[in-house]
Design a protein around this ligand. Structure first.
Ligand code: 5GP
Length: 368
């Protein structure tokens, strides 16, 4: 048994400190992040490094239609990924100009698990892509709740053999040695987060987890510290879960996240898939948002098993309207963060970030 004595931190334990700069104008901030290839993939990626979670409620094609307009990513729901990709290729892209194809590859990612059925699905996707005239293959998010198994590492290795060139993101883990293992196995981006999610109950049910801010700092250091000897490119991470506000996204970028994934912040928008309720008495409109390991999700996908508990919950949240408003708030918040800390681009947030540990992040007299 071992107890680490230094206290690990969450987003709510820190604030970014403002800093003087010559060019602190929010309108001048370059919001485009560009990666000229990844550890394995030669693909260039550019855009807003914010990803919508591949939950069945948020990882929808309608979400993609909106957030792709600001060059953000949607990781499609695992069970619908192939179908959505097929739809994009055969229906929507036929109507649009070739330039649109580039934007699709950057912004529409397919997700998969690692069961035999998932891998069959991925082989099917590969065949489908090969049959398209341009052979275009999407980027892939390999997603499991617990990335700490040799089986997972082997499946990431296998998926890399199926998709040698697309960008592959894999997770979730929270510790540096596992980040390195997954990158060596074939991941370009490692998804970081165990237990911070808005509808996650893993920490309550299992006692397992790692404060998300520290996980991001430590995993980013590990990923950025290894270079592929053949091309000189480093590993990347995506901070997944626990961002409740735009400020948390800024903190994650400051901590070293190359991408940030959000679920709850996008949940309840019109582009979600699921149950919206209208309450007759109050006129209030709500949305049922649930974790992908909740009993609700397990029942929906017939995966409830006797030895398995629920590690997610169902919440009824207010309907938020169009996701464009959420994205506008995120883009505006990041811009303003850059102006405060003296960063001229989103890429520079990490370099310019100085954090202070706090006991209180904001005034709660009127709620929030
Ligand atoms: P949020 O942005 O809502 O805080 O976190 C979203 C992330 O929570 C997802 O990307 C996923 O990694 C995680 N997540 C989604 N559903 C569940 C669940 O039922 N249990 C757990 N442990 N994590 C979940």
């Amino acid at each position: 048994m071992n107890i680490s004595q230094d206290t690990k931190l969450d987003f709510s334990d820190v604030l970014l400190t403002p800093a003087w700069s010559i060019s602190a104008s929010r309108s001048d901030v370059n919001m485009e992040r560009v990666f000229n290839g990844f550890y394995h993939s030669d693909r260039e990626w550019s855009g807003l490094p914010v990803m919508i979670a591949n939950m069945d409620t948020t990882g929808t094609i309608e979400m993609w239609e909106h957030v792709s307009c600001c060059d953000a990513v949607v990781c499609f729901d695992k069970r619908k990924s192939f179908e959505y990709w097929e739809d994009l290729r055969t229906e929507r892209l036929l109507k649009d100009a070739p330039a649109f194809v580039d934007s699709v590859v950057n912004t529409a990612w397919v997700s998969t698990g690692i069961t035999e059925a998932d891998l069959d699905n991925m082989r099917g996707l590969r065949d489908f892509c090969d049959k398209q005239p341009d052979g275009l293959i999407p980027n892939i998010c390999v997603d499991v709740a617990n990335g700490y198994s040799q089986y997972f590492v082997e499946k990431v290795e296998y998926i890399r053999t199926l998709f040698p060139n697309p960008i592959i993101m894999a997770g979730n883990v929270v510790t540096p040695e596992m980040v390195l293992k997954l990158i060596h196995a074939g991941a370009d981006i490692v998804k970081v987060g165990i237990g911070p999610g808005s509808v996650c109950t893993t920490r309550l049910k299992t006692g397992v987890g790692y404060p998300q801010f520290s996980a991001v700092v430590e995993c980013a250091n590990a990923a950025h510290g290894i270079k592929n000897p053949n091309n000189g490119r480093v590993g990347r991470i995506c901070a997944d879960g626990g961002c409740a506000t735009t400020g948390d996204i800024c903190k994650a970028l400051g901590a070293g996240a190359d991408f940030v994934m959000i679920g709850g912040m996008a949940a309840g928008t019109d582009q979600c898939n699921g149950k919206f309720n209208l309450h007759m008495l109050t006129g209030e409109k709500t949305f049922q948002f649930y974790g992908m390991s909740s009993y609700e999700a397990q029942d929906k996908y017939d995966s409830r098993k006797r030895q398995r508990t629920s590690e997610g919950k169902l919440v009824e949240i207010p309907q938020k309207g169009c996701v464009d408003n959420v994205m506008q708030d995120i883009v505006g918040g990041i811009r303003s963060c850059c102006a405060y800390i003296g960063a001229t681009s989103i890429k520079d947030i990490h370099r310019c970030a100085n954090f202070v540990r706090v006991n209180n992040t904001h005034n709660k007299i009127f709620g929030g």
